[in-house]
Design a protein around this ligand. Structure first.
Ligand SMILES: [Cu+2]
Length: 127
């Protein structure tokens, strides 16, 4: 069969590529595309990682109303809960999962802790 149209091969190949791209988007809720930075001053997305019962970084400065993603890399659940009137609180974050909260609009220092392990502490600074 010398006359097999080439299209028959290229079209399914394109479909496969599209399927793979879609798959990467919805697969397992894994890694955000944001580059990890220790301090996120002025950045739209800030990030705090919990590992070995420690908030990293323990002190982070963000803009008012910034979105802060908290990633739990431990094998137990943690929370990131502001003290006092709780202007932010992720609730329980399961092992290997992440949560996002919105930083307060009012500039200042906001101490927080893990309600499960109150010895875990950190401070979010808004300015
Ligand atoms: Cu904890």
């Amino acid at each position: 069969m010398p006359r097999t149209p080439r299209l028959a091969l290229t079209v399914p190949a394109l479909c496969l590529v599209a399927a793979l791209a879609g798959c990467g988007n919805s697969g397992g809720g894994g890694t955000p595309t944001a580059t990890p930075t220790a301090t996120a001053t002025g950045a739209a997305i800030a990030r705090i990682t919990i590992k070995d019962f420690t908030f990293r970084p323990a002190a982070l400065t963000v803009r008012p109303g910034a979105r802060v993603t908290v990633v739990n890399q431990d094998d137990v659940a943690h929370t990131l809960t502001a003290t006092g009137s709780k202007p932010f609180d992720t609730g329980s974050i399961a092992p290997g999962r992440s949560a996002t909260f919105t930083a307060p609009a009012k500039p200042g220092g906001y101490p927080y802790l893990c309600t499960v392990h109150p010895n875990m502490k950190g401070t979010l600074t808004v300015r």
